[in-house]
Design a protein around this ligand. Structure first.
Ligand code: GLN
Length: 526
């Protein structure tokens, strides 16, 4: 088996047995990136020399018989909204294009402490707002299964690089489906942990009450490996839960006897693509043949999930993104130009004797804010800021934001009731397989509706996972969505592993086209 085909778990075993070196593994993945990332465009930056140096250091320590961390020598790609010292953390935005974080996110610190090799920062929708990675300020990522389609988003780079064997493991973030939907579109396994399970310290905030960091991998077993390293209480994140960390790696191979699955009635309605429905129903039959029982359940308030999410997430975003003012850090407009612009406007108003206009004229500081933000944010981010500022504004807050919080509580209540009777909830990850690049960029509502099945888990704070469960006739992966009660990630992983022992969807690999040397080279952020 080639290094690129092996699972992360297998690679770790071979590394531990000194059958291969960390430098060999890292080089194999870097070569794959060189061959294919000009087409896939998963990465915003690939610090190849540093990755090889980290790998060589692991090999040297192994050679001396030193104790190594649990991911020693394994390459891991990281979404570019996690703060990393030493390299840019751009968040897919012009606003942070040249930003260097002075500290590592806790997840990054844990990966480093586990002796993982950080192989690159992956592309995303700007500030993780989107579902196709087309909102990246730099370039869209393409789907490794079909370069004319999106990989999903916002963790599109993280999903695509695992699907294209450019990294055995990656980290994504999920505010409303951004790990699970791209995992589904790219045919990989992606897990959104329970809110509070993984530290958000150093994750650039989008919607703080919904954001979670989680693993993407080829298999549930590999996802368990990565989750084990990144999860656990962190005093630096006040919303991190002080609960015990189960032994995911030790238990993932244990099958679940008497598994009770709940099939959400509302998830098999209008909008669901036929092929996706067939594959999901077939996967559910597969679970039945493995001993699971299936009952139909109802999440009656799920019909309000999209509306609720698209009030709460933009509201929190508008507040979180207020920090990008062109003063503290990040992009700043050209001040000389800005002052000249103001002077010209003032002169014009004076000439016209427009006193009201003069009274309204921006102060230089206000103009600095305005220009910096309007030049550096993309249109989707601006849309969210405006939606959120509106929903939070005096007079409308009760009608929108507060009401959404109340519906959120009802959505959580639906789950609490459902989990009285079932162990896991099962359904499609997204209504369709990967859509085409450009299909929805100009239709935000259609794009938002893609999140129909995923946003509820974030609103309720529960855990969810997408695993590959089929292919369309056109050769695109289909994702199965499993949801679990809070802190039952072990159950998701065990169910995923059980399914992957009985099926081979997770072993399918896309046929990648090798880009011509004259093809567009990826942008390397500073
Ligand atoms: N597609 C959703 C949005 O645009 C989810 C994004 C996410 O999970 N980061 O908000």
């Amino acid at each position: 088996m080639s290094l690129l085909d092996a699972s992360a778990t297998q690679l770790l075993q071979q590394l531990a047995a000194a059958e291969i070196t960390a430098v060999e593994v890292t080089q194999a993945y870097l070569d794959q990136i060189t061959r294919h990332d000009a087409t896939v465009r998963s990465f915003l930056s690939v610090p190849a020399d540093e990755a090889l140096a980290q790998a060589a250091a692991v090999d040297a320590r192994r050679g001396r018989g030193e104790r190594l961390g649990p991911l020693a020598g394994l390459p891991v790609a990281v979404k570019d909204n996690l703060c990393t010292t030493g390299w840019a953390t751009s968040c897919g935005s012009r606003m942070l294009e040249n930003f260097r974080s002075p500290y590592d996110a806790t997840v990054i610190a844990r990966l480093k402490a586990a002796d993982a090799v950080l192989i690159g920062k992956t592309n995303l929708d700007e500030f993780a707002m989107g579902g196709s990675t087309e909102n990246s300020a730099f370039f869209p990522t393409t789907n490794p299964w079909d370069a004319s389609r999106t990989p999903g988003g916002s963790s599109g780079g993280s999903a695509a690089c695992v699907a294209a064997s450019m990294a055995p493991l990656s980290i994504g973030s999920d505010t409303g489906g951004s790990i699970r939907q791209p995992a589904g579109f790219c045919g990989v396994t992606g897990l959104k942990p329970t809110y509070g399970r993984v530290s958000r310290y150093g994750l650039v905030a989008f919607a703080s009450s919904l954001d979670q960091v989680g693993p993407l991998a080829r298999t549930a077993e590999d996802a368990a490996l990565l989750l084990q390293t990144i999860a656990g209480h962190d005093p630096l994140d006040s919303t991190s839960a002080p609960v015990d960390l189960p032994d995911y790696v030790g238990t993932v191979r244990e099958p679940l006897a008497g598994l009770r699955l709940g099939l959400v009635r509302e998830h098999f309605g209008p909008g669901l693509d036929d092929e996706v429905e067939q594959a999901v129903r077939q996967a559910i039959r597969e679970f039945e043949s493995l001993g699971a029982t299936v009952t139909e359940i109802s999440l009656p308030h799920s019909q309000y999930a999209i509306a609720t999410y698209y009030v709460i997430a933009p509201s929190e975003a508008s507040s979180n993104l207020a920090r990008y003012d062109g003063v503290h850090y990040g992009y700043r407009t050209d001040e000389t130009e800005m002052l000249a612009e103001l002077a010209a406007e003032k002169k014009q108003l004076q000439a016209a004797g427009d006193q009201a206009g003069l009274d309204d004229l921006d102060t230089p500081l206000m103009r600095l804010y305005r220009r910096s933000r309007s030049e550096a944010f993309g249109s989707e981010v601006k849309r969210r800021i405006m939606l959120g500022a509106y929903a939070l504004s005096a007079g409308y807050k009760d009608a929108y934001y507060v009401k959404a919080l109340k519906v959120r509580r009802l959505i959580r209540g639906d789950y609490d009731a459902a989990f009285q009777d079932v162990d896991l909830i099962v359904g499609p990850t997204a209504p369709t397989a990967a859509f085409g690049l450009g299909d929805m960029v100009d239709d935000p509502l259609a794009m938002y509706l893609q999140d129909l099945y995923t946003v509820s888990a974030n609103l309720a704070g529960i855990a969810g996972m997408s695993i590959p469960c089929g292919m369309t006739a056109g050769g695109l992966p289909i994702g199965l969505h499993l949801q679990a009660p809070p802190f039952a990630e072990d159950r998701l992983l065990r169910a995923g592993h059980m399914f992957q022992q009985a099926t081979d969807w997770h072993t399918r690999r896309p046929e990648l086209t090798t880009a011509s040397p004259s093809g567009t080279s990826q942008k390397q952020l500073p």
